[in-house]
Design a protein around this ligand. Structure first.
Ligand SMILES: [Zn+2]
Length: 170
């Protein structure tokens, strides 16, 4: 395990060039729902080894899950890394806490309210508070369970009257 990167344990020991190269390729794979973010920004990639990567999809019902795996496969193959296996683990389940700080900034810049850090998974579905990504107001309301994609809900800011997407995929 000394040549792996792990986001689960928070340990990134000595990285071999092979592991670094795989991580670099993965950092350029966009999330299909939110192309501004990479799958590493979203915390979907959990571990990178010299011969395999371990991913945890945002949630099993997410229609983008299969597409993500295909995107990773394609990116690895294009980089001459066809030997690298992709393993999926659902335990522990993905949580929005795994979205990196950089990922949260990108979400905000993209006009999507990032989920509050430390929020329990269960509270995300029925959370009544979301911060407007445009003006920062907390005076917001959900308009629709489904925004531009099934993984986003449509919200509206009562302060600046702007609608915005809220990431609810977990
Ligand atoms: Zn606003």
């Amino acid at each position: 395990m000394s040549t792996a990167i792990s986001w689960t344990t928070g340990v990134s020991p000595a990285r071999t060039p092979a592991v670094q190269e795989i991580a670099r390729v993965l950092s350029q794979v966009p999330d299909p729902e939110i192309p501004a973010l990479s799958i590493i920004d979203l915390g979907i990639v959990r571990e990178v080894h010299g011969d395999r990567v371990i991913i945890t999809p945002t949630y099993s019902g997410c229609p983008a899950t299969l597409y993500i795996e295909q995107s990773i496969r394609g990116a690895l193959n294009d980089a001459g890394l066809a030997h690298v296996r992709i393993e999926t683990t659902l335990s522990p389940p993905w949580t929005s806490d795994w979205i990196s700080d950089e990922g949260r900034e990108k979400l905000r810049a993209y006009g999507i309210a990032p989920p509050p850090k430390g929020a329990a998974n269960a509270s995300l579905r029925n959370d009544t508070h979301a911060q407007c990504p445009r003006c920062g107001s907390m005076n917001t309301a959900e308009i629709s369970r489904f925004g531009s994609t099934p993984c986003k809900a449509l919200w509206r800011c009562n302060a600046c009257a702007e609608p915005f997407d809220r990431f609810k995929c977990h």
